[in-house]
Design a protein around this ligand. Structure first.
Ligand code: SF4
Ligand code: SF4
Length: 442
């Protein structure tokens, strides 16, 4: 498929996930959506050539109309390219960098290949790493195994310890799936207290059950998280975070939500109104509309034949981006949390609305539950931000409210109105249950 002529709507900034080693990885995680992409290039060595790396670096820098540019390295496992490839990458970035331009590198890794030499390189060149870790040992090893089916937890933790020793900046990417979704606080506390990370992303696994590895069919695998599980997972962690960790631990979806509550753009493609600014490039220069759509019908062309900027601004890419908004079901358009959700990622829009309209997000029930649950604390944090105060003040407000509520509960008589504000008598409301009063009332 060939990209059409460049469009004036070309974004001034866009991201490309680079896959210099294609889908090649030293692990064999059961839910990985990318391993099957190997089938797209039969017979390939899956190694980006140095000439292509230089050509891409030149075009990518040239195409960006902003003073800060990020190179995003992904896989498969990008470190399987070896250190020399990345040394070369950094030297090309310096060669083509415009005066005053700042260049960043972000690299996603499974953490098992990291050694002292890698750490020194990452530190010297200010790489930001994303390390995949699904929680404590038994939850992580459930799906994240190597090619021999062996667990990987110890190797990942050793890699993280090395990164910490060398003061390499990293965040943790935790996929939320059937095995770890029922254990939100165990996962969160492990990452916060035992790994000691400050930056966490929770990525839901919604894995199509088909033989192609493409976004086709409506069935999902048993490894996938359910919508309610995902919502409950986020809610449990948010309730702990908002009482003790605001400003100390940064959870991507909480930050994104807060941005929406203060009226800013979410900054994460799945919650943007349109797609199109987050592309993916394979090891041979093939450019695709999105990392989740590396499949023939979403191939825009090859950067050795068509300039990158032309493909990014092409009619095909524009259509891909607009489709997200244009196919949004009425149910979403009328939804109270549409301003933050925007219907989620199109790849997950595989169910129908209660009224029978197709194109609803598989995770809808979870998004709805989570975004409604966080509304009040988000409003408090947004108000703090607008007043140029720290959102972390929400913790003190909630603590004060909860103490006051406890005082009222301590004084209440059986026939008094329930302090929770339900309008019922205490004996018919919280006086009659063992529910967690404080959790229910924020
Ligand atoms: S398809 Fe999904 S992952 Fe791709 S750009 Fe759109 S929202 Fe992002
Ligand atoms: S919560 Fe559900 S209905 Fe609301 S915008 Fe998101 S996907 Fe649509």
């Amino acid at each position: 498929m060939v990209a059409m002529t460049a469009d004036p709507k070309t974004p001034s900034a866009f991201h490309v996930m680079l896959k210099p080693r294609g889908a090649i990885c030293n692990l064999d995680c059961a839910y990985c959506y990318f391993l099957s992409k190997e089938m797209l290039y039969p017979g390939s060595r899956f190694r980006m050539a140095n000439e292509l790396l230089e050509e891409y670096t030149r075009q990518y820098i040239e195409a960006q109309g902003v003073p800060e540019v990020t190179f995003a390295w992904q896989g498969g496992e990008p470190t399987l390219m070896g250190l020399d490839f990345f040394r070369l990458a950094v030297s090309y970035q310096q060669k083509y960098r415009r005066p005053g331009m700042r260049i960043h590198n972000a690299l996603q890794t499974n953490g098992t290949t990291v050694d002292e030499a890698w750490c020194e390189f990452f530190r010297e060149n200010d790489f930001l790493l994303g390390v995949s870790l699904d929680g404590p040992r038994e939850l992580h090893d459930f799906y994240r195994v190597d090619k021999g089916g062996k667990p990987t937890f110890d190797r990942v933790m050793a890699g993280i310890a090395l990164l910490q020793k060398h003061h390499v900046e990293f965040n943790i990417l935790t996929t939320v799936h059937a095995a770890n979704a029922p254990h939100p606080l165990e996962v969160y506390r492990f990452l916060r207290d035992e790994v000691g990370t400050q930056f966490i992303q929770f990525i839901p696994i919604v894995e199509r059950d088909n033989d192609t590895g493409f976004q086709e069919g409506e069935k999902v695998t048993g490894r996938s998280v359910t919508a309610r599980q995902y919502g409950d997972f986020l809610i449990a962690i948010f309730d702990e975070w908002v009482r003790r960790d605001v400003g100390r631990v940064f959870v991507q979806i909480f930050d994104v939500a807060l941005a929406a509550w203060v009226g800013q753009r979410p900054g994460l493609c799945i919650f943007e109104e349109t797609c199109g600014a987050a592309l993916a490039m394979e090891h041979n220069g093939d450019l695709f509309s999105c990392d989740h759509y590396v499949e023939p019908r979403h191939r825009l062309g090859n950067i050795q034949e068509i300039p990158l900027i032309e493909m990014v601004g092409s009619e095909q890419q524009w259509r891909f981006g607009q489709a997200k908004k244009e196919t949004l079901p009425r149910y979403c358009q009328e939804c109270e949390v549409r301003f933050v959700c925007n219907g989620g990622c199109p790849k997950d829009r595989i169910i129908s609305t209660p009224g029978g309209e197709p194109g609803l997000n598989y995770l809808c029930a979870g998004f709805k539950a989570f975004f409604n649950h966080v509304d009040r604390p988000m409003r408090i944090m947004a108000a703090e931000l607008r007043a140029e105060r720290a959102p972390a003040n929400v913790m003190a407000y909630l603590a004060e409210e909860e103490m006051e509520l406890q005082r009222r509960f301590a004084r209440v008589q059986r026939n008094d109105p329930c302090p929770c504000g339900s309008g019922r008598k205490f004996k018919q409301c919280h006086g009659n249950t063992k529910v967690n009063i404080l959790k229910e009332t924020i």
